[in-house]
Design a protein around this ligand. Structure first.
Ligand code: SF4
Length: 326
């Protein structure tokens, strides 16, 4: 560890002022403190926002759901409205981390968490995300868990969040508060692909604070669920995952929302899969045909070619699980 200053923000206004001066926001601290211990991150000032009134889950006027940034993963997963309206969100949260971590970690912190690429966390390794211009040790190193979609020459790391995959599938919006006031950013625009600047991971302006994630309303009943494939059944990040939401009326799929995790540099919305489902009648043949395009555009690395087929199978299986639950 190294010296840093710590201040607890008594109000949102004072938190924003500290953020404008370069302070780093911290709530549960389940990612940031680890990275500080390893000196991967070295913020000079931490601003504790855990006392701010951003800890509610509310139904929006249109029937969607707004989850405050400081709602813990445990609270969100247990919330009756989350479980009944968007089971895919509750399942993604419950399949994340350990119970102890879920009790501490917040929704805002979860979507802000940084990659689990081992080279990123090893300060002796070349890593453009940690140290721009230093190179990418994963490209020529051991890259079994890395991304096959959305990669660049400069970075091939996956985004580690499970619930972010559910948010991406449901086309949630991230509410932000900053000097310019409030704004809402579509989830697909909030997390950035690495391109030539993998060190820049979110579309946040200096000092901006995440206040909530809002999931839009969908026609009901919307069937949804999350499937996570990993090396062991507990405390492990996804090799592949699939978040699926389907609205079927009159025996025909009217809405299909599908995203994948563990394979992209950001949660990966599978628009080709969605398009293959809309207007069709649920069947095993349809699930298999739609899932064939799940890995379109994939660029596998030396050790992660298996993810192409694994992703297709994961998506097919989860389409069947959700589609057959009606
Ligand atoms: Fe760093 Fe990204 Fe390369 Fe990992 S994949 S070493 S995070 S640049």
């Amino acid at each position: 560890m190294y010296p840093f200053s710590f201040t607890k923000a008594p109000s949102t206004r004072e938190a924003l002022a500290a953020g404008r001066r370069g302070g780093r926001y911290i709530a549960g601290g389940t990612t940031l403190v680890d990275l500080m211990r390893e000196t991967v991150e070295r913020p000079e000032t931490l601003v504790d926002i855990s006392g701010l009134p951003l800890d509610e889950v509310t139904v929006t006027e249109r029937g969607g759901l707004r989850i405050g940034a400081l709602v813990t993963m445990t609270e969100a997963a247990a919330h009756r409205k989350v479980r009944t309206l968007y089971p895919v969100v509750a399942q993604a949260l419950e399949l994340s981390a350990s119970a102890q971590l879920r009790n501490m970690a917040t929704i805002g912190g979860n979507i802000m968490q940084r990659t689990r690429c081992t080279y990123f966390r090893d300060v002796t390794a070349a890593c453009n995300k940690r140290e721009p211009g230093s190179g990418c040790a994963a490209r020529e190193g051991y890259n079994r868990t890395h991304a096959i979609l959305g990669t660049s020459e400069d970075c091939v790391a996956t985004h580690p969040s499970d619930v972010a995959v559910a948010f991406a599938a449901l086309e949630a919006r991230v509410h932000l508060l900053g000097t310019g006031g409030e704004r809402a950013v579509p989830f697909a625009d909030f997390l950035l692909r690495p391109g030539s600047t993998p060190n820049r991971e979110q579309a946040l302006r200096q000092g901006e604070l995440i206040t909530a994630v809002e999931i839009p309303a969908y026609p009901r009943p919307l069937e949804s669920g999350y499937l996570k494939v990993r090396d062991r059944q507990s405390y492990e990040f996804a090799l592949t995952s699939a978040a699926v939401a389907l609205y079927v009326r009159g025996g025909v799929i009217r809405e299909a929302k599908v995203a994948a995790g563990g394979v992209g540099t950001v949660p990966w919305q599978l628009t080709a899969v969605e398009e293959a489902l809309i207007g069709e009648r649920p069947s095993d043949r349809l699930w298999a045909r739609a899932a064939e395009s799940a890995a379109d555009g994939a660029r596998p690395l030396t050790h992660n070619r298996f993810k192409v087929e694994l992703l297709q199978r994961t998506v097919e299986r989860q389409l069947r699980i959700v589609g057959d639950s009606k």
